[in-house]
Design a protein around this ligand. Sequence first.
Ligand SMILES: C[S@@+](CC[C@H](N)C(=O)[O-])C[C@H]1O[C@@H](n2cnc3c(N)ncnc32)[C@H](O)[C@@H]1O
Ligand SMILES: [Zn+2]
Length: 299
Amino acid sequence: MPSVAFNHLQCPIEGEALYPSEHGLSWSCSNGHSFDVAKQGYLNLLPVQQKRSKDPGDSKAMVSARREFLNSGFYQPLAKSIAEEVLRYAEQQNTSAKNPLRVLDAGCGEGYYLRELVESARTDYLSVAGFDISKWAVLSAAKQGVDAENTVRWFVASNAQIPVQDASVDVVLCVFGFPVYPEFLRVLKPGGLLIMVDPGQKHLRELREVIYPDIKPEKPEKPHPEFFHVQPPLSVNYALTLESAAEIKNLLAMTPHLFRAPADGKQRANALNELTVTVDVNIQPLRKMIAKGIQTTFE
Ligand SMILES: C[S@@+](CC[C@H](N)C(=O)[O-])C[C@H]1O[C@@H](n2cnc3c(N)ncnc32)[C@H](O)[C@@H]1O
Ligand SMILES: [Zn+2]
């Protein structure tokens, strides 16, 4: 597997470059800040002062529900489309061992989409990193590994302050995430690709019909962020049949509906043994403009 370690990290305290120690057991900056690699292989780059709560992001239970659900392959067609989008871009970039395609998954959860990308990219030169604000998510990602050499860099961090060097990344993935566009712009190279993956209007409609008395009216589309060129969107649509109460419970536990839904709605969902849901997901690629504010075209 010709993948190259992702080393373009920066110190979350003052932003200087971070360098790994000789044996890779810690990373430090020129100002003397040092971060130990956990025994499972991930880095914690979220200083206490940047945490808004004691245990931010998805809980251990949500992460484990998502891991079980995704590892059952229910969103595999989505993972395949995301990987294809990244690899199409890689083909245009003349990647090599010296010039690998650097991919950063912002809010990577337990790492499913990066694992699928690395798996499907056996012949491409990739340098891959994923981070999440949830320590449970990153721990789960690191434990599941990806390839024999374990070259994917996993770290705990927030989209609000990404500890990655300016203009060092070719592709940012934001899958069902919480985008902070100025940070995505900062870490992307000029012309780099941001892939936004978000639920479409019909996504999990049947589950929502079970848990809410009335389905909320459709939200107006959000405007596209500034300083990106909008690329043609893709839509992934299919029907998914869940055949056990455990699968339905996992789906509910990994969505925001777990917190939003009324108790009786959740009870109704948890009493089901079978449910067919619509998967309807939008993939929106956006290219960072070459110079901020200047309209440019790409070959
Ligand atoms: C709906 S989950 C999606 C996870 C993963 N991308 C997937 O689709 O499997 C949203 C993730 O965003 C993380 N998150 C929430 N706020 C964040 C932030 N400010 N920075 C980075 N990650 C964040 C949560 O911990 C959670 O893992
Ligand atoms: Zn520092």
